[in-house]
Design a binder for this molecule. Structure first.
Ligand code: ZN
Length: 97
């Protein structure tokens, strides 16, 4: 669940013409799921990519997400032979103790 409040770092609310051109790290984190799903509007996508050019932290974040997404895809691929519930159950009984 996301909180409703949107903060404008440098600009008072109402003057969104400038703020809309910049993506903050916090916004980026919120947008990264859409980014991976290709659900961003072209304009937003270019802003996100612009942010990636100048922000090492978010590049690292994306790399980490990519690894997670990849490993999830691998897991899906492997477990297609078995019902995933079995895997989940095994994990739960392990961590339950
Ligand atoms: Zn950033």
């Amino acid at each position: 669940m996301h909180s409703q409040g949107r903060r404008h770092g440098r600009h008072p609310a109402g003057d969104f013409s400038v703020a809309a051109d910049e993506v903050t790290c916090q916004q980026f984190v919120e947008l990264v799921t859409d980014y991976f799903e290709g659900a961003l509007a072209p304009r937003m996508l270019s802003q996100v990519e612009e942010h990636l050019v100048m922000c090492d932290w978010c590049v690292a974040y994306v790399a980490q997400m990519q690894t997670t997404v990849d490993s999830l895809a691998n897991l899906k691929d492997r477990s297609s032979r078995e019902p995933p519930d079995l895997l989940l159950g095994a994990l739960r009984s392990r961590t339950g103790r």
